[in-house]
Design a protein around this ligand. Sequence first.
Ligand SMILES: Nc1nc2c([nH]c(=O)n2[C@@H]2O[C@H](COP(=O)(O)OP(=O)(O)OP(=O)(O)O)[C@@H](O)[C@H]2O)c(=O)[nH]1
Length: 137
Amino acid sequence: MLILVAACVLVDDAGLVLITKRPEGKPLAGLWEFPGGKVEACETPEHALIRELDEELGIDVAAPALTPLTFASYTYPAFHLLMPVYLCRHWTGEVAANEGQDLAWVRPEALTAYAMPPADEPLKQILPGLLGLSGDF
Ligand SMILES: Nc1nc2c([nH]c(=O)n2[C@@H]2O[C@H](COP(=O)(O)OP(=O)(O)OP(=O)(O)O)[C@@H](O)[C@H]2O)c(=O)[nH]1
């Protein structure tokens, strides 16, 4: 089974990237991930992401502010994950932990220090380069 999840690399004015911690009780609990979630039937990935960013973080993102950045494709035991990853640098509202989740703003090159789902491992490596950093530090 293929599941489609839209995720977002939110980058603030200082160049920091937001990651959120998956709560206890969910699969992959305790791992850090990029905000986002499953794309529902009849929803575009962009609209799913706008909905999830509002629900999870209380921010308002306009569709043109979402730029396709990369994707993850990974086989979990129960499904294959296809995850388009968007870049977003502009939103309105203050980022808040609406679901009580831990939040962290991190330098892209520091993502390797955070435990993330296996699907995200390649993203950790390429994000500094995609965001315009050398990735060598
Ligand atoms: N949002 C997000 N999901 C990710 C990332 N990496 C990754 O493997 N996933 C997987 O993609 C799926 C995300 O769907 P989700 O967050 O809506 O699903 P869920 O199981 O938490 O909850 P739900 O079924 O109640 O909606 C999960 O299986 C999650 O483990 C990531 O960086 N961001």
